[in-house]
Design a protein around this ligand. Structure first.
Ligand SMILES: [Zn+2]
Ligand SMILES: [Zn+2]
Length: 462
């Protein structure tokens, strides 16, 4: 719902008549959104303020730079407030890649924070505290072919962008990806290279890196006391994910990835730019002269990049296609971990939003889904069945670890030969395999406890 109503500009709420029918007219031409060239727009003036030259079309209305900005900020703010993404007591870690989406997210969350601080100052500290924030960059250069000095320059740029908004020295975290092994007293670089090298499939390797990147972010957040991780995932990126997940047969777990809120991680993840298109965000960066960087080498042969170029062609035909794809995926039923539980949230919510969270049982926050140890996808019914039988038949730990990998990771990430599994699992970050160890230890200690009651011919004296 928030996705639909946020298609109107402004700070959420005060929208015109256009918006009331938004959900009914998903693909109506007036919903089309796209950038028009400055030349075409030169004659026209902004449909919202009547002033400046039109730079983009949103919801059928030509917008000037100022109004485009307000439109995007409105969507962001609405997503944050109506989903209780950030509480006043939160400490938010923004995952900053240097690209346009995370650059805009950094700008917007910083603005929300500055405004909150202003009103806090004005109200003579009667108001709620103001959330804290920091930014993190995961440096994957060890796996890229970029020369070291280029990477170092880029990191300097990232530091200067972040420090211009977040002056505290402790607010910027630059972590090399190999830090996921930092607690294991091993050569992190070598281990990471070897592990990633074991994944043969291009798509699998990309997806695997995404899992490691999330682990790195979680680690930074946990070690520095952050309570939320904010990603810059925008509608265009999510549209690509929807299609590629479908192609990869990840339909069951897909709904988990397209929601504003994802609490299946130790530190919950939020995506407030879900309703903004990459083109709009790039345009805003150009207009506001927000410096961006593109660090990652673009892979060219994976399913993910094929899908990305397919979506780009769809966009050329019809600029609202990305929104349509995302909205369609949102109709799938989300998981219980895709919302915050009522616990502790009520005090900070505007009263009109409280009913949305009231029907959540507070004990639902400990959800029951079994998650893949690598990608954290929830298991489908058939995967659960396989897991159950594997638990009985497992001869050694590797069998159990294998059973805790979802079908998609099995197919794309696990190495080609079963004889390589032992080695592969021994290289994985321990946090992942330890989850299985803990679960199976709990399972067997439970069995030990009931053994005494179940086995009558047990002669240990009890
Ligand atoms: Zn305007
Ligand atoms: Zn998986």
């Amino acid at each position: 719902m928030a996705g639909d109503s946020s298609s109107c500009g402004g700070g959420g709420g005060g929208c015109g008549a256009n918006c009331s029918s938004a959900s009914a007219a998903d693909d109506a031409p007036e919903k089309q959104l796209g950038r028009i060239s400055i030349a075409t727009g030169a004659g026209a003036s902004c449909g919202k303020c009547g002033g400046g030259a039109v730079v983009a079309v949103a919801g059928g209305v030509g917008l000037c730079g100022e109004c485009l900005r307000a439109h995007l900020f409105g969507k962001f703010k609405l997503a944050v407030t109506s989903n209780a993404m950030v509480r006043p007591t939160d400490f938010v870690l923004l995952a900053f890649s240097g690209g346009p989406a995370s650059r805009v997210a950094l700008q917007f969350i910083h603005e929300m924070r500055s405004k909150a601080i202003e009103s806090w100052d004005a109200s003579n500290s009667q108001a709620l505290p103001v959330f804290g924030m920091g930014a993190a960059f995961v440096d994957e250069s060890i796996l890229s072919s970029k020369p070291r000095h280029e990477v170092e320059l880029a990191i300097e740029d990232i530091k200067s962008i972040v420090s211009s908004l977040l002056p505290a020295d402790k607010a910027m975290h630059i972590a090399p990806l190999e830090d996921v092994f930092s607690t294991e007293s091993v050569d992190g670089e070598g281990r990471l290279r070897e592990l990633v090298g074991m994944v043969d499939d291009d798509t699998g390797r990309e997806d695997f890196l995404r899992c490691l990147r999330m682990l790195a972010l979680q680690k930074i957040a946990l070690e520095n006391g952050y309570t939320k991780i904010m990603l810059g995932s925008c509608a265009s990126a999510i549209a690509c994910h929807v299609l590629s997940a479908t192609v990869k047969g990840q339909g069951y777990s897909l709904p988990a990835d397209v929601q504003y809120v994802d609490t299946r991680w130790e530190v919950p993840v939020v995506i407030p730019l879900r309703d903004c298109l990459a083109q709009e965000l790039t345009l805003l960066c150009e207009l506001d002269r927000l410096k961006t960087l593109q660090l990652l080498d673009k892979p060219c042969s994976s399913i993910n990049s094929l899908v990305a170029s397919f979506v780009a062609r769809l966009r050329e035909e019809n600029p609202s296609r990305e929104h349509t794809i995302v909205r369609t995926a949102q109709k799938l039923k989300p998981f219980s971990f895709n919302k915050f539980s009522a616990n502790g949230y009520h005090d900070f919510l505007p009263s009109r939003l409280r009913p949305k969270f009231q029907n959540v049982d507070s004990d639902e926050s400990t959800f029951s889904e079994v998650l893949c140890i690598i990608c954290r996808s929830p298991f489908s019914e058939s995967e659960l069945q396989k897991l159950e039988s594997a638990k009985h038949e497992a001869q050694k730990k590797t069998d159990l670890y294998t059973a805790y990998c979802c079908q998609s990771c099995h197919f794309q990430i696990l190495p080609g030969g079963v004889n390589l599994y032992d080695h592969f699992f021994s290289l994985l970050p321990k946090v992942w395999t330890e989850r299985v160890d803990t679960a199976s230890a709990r399972h067997s200690s439970l069995r030990d406890q009931i053994d005494d009651y179940l086995l009558e011919d047990d002669d240990d004296g009890n």
